[in-house]
Design a protein. Sequence first.
Length: 87
Amino acid sequence: METQKIPPNSAVGSGVQLMPDDRLLRAIEVQRELCVSRATAYRLMTDGSLPVYRFGGRRGQRAMVRVSAKDLKRWLEEHKQDPPNAA
């Protein structure tokens, strides 16, 4: 059995969790990724700013709203702004 060496600067051994691209994120996870308030995360998810998946919501059940980690990553790249030029 061969063991793999983990580079010292890798996130694997440092306790940092890497977000898999195929996960559906809840509002609290969106909040953490964007560093915004919970209210802002919900607003972005419900007003159409972020691409979302909706589940349930029938027979008195509350609908679930989720954001794909891959879509969130793409959305962040599309909304990235370059810093203004220093004069």
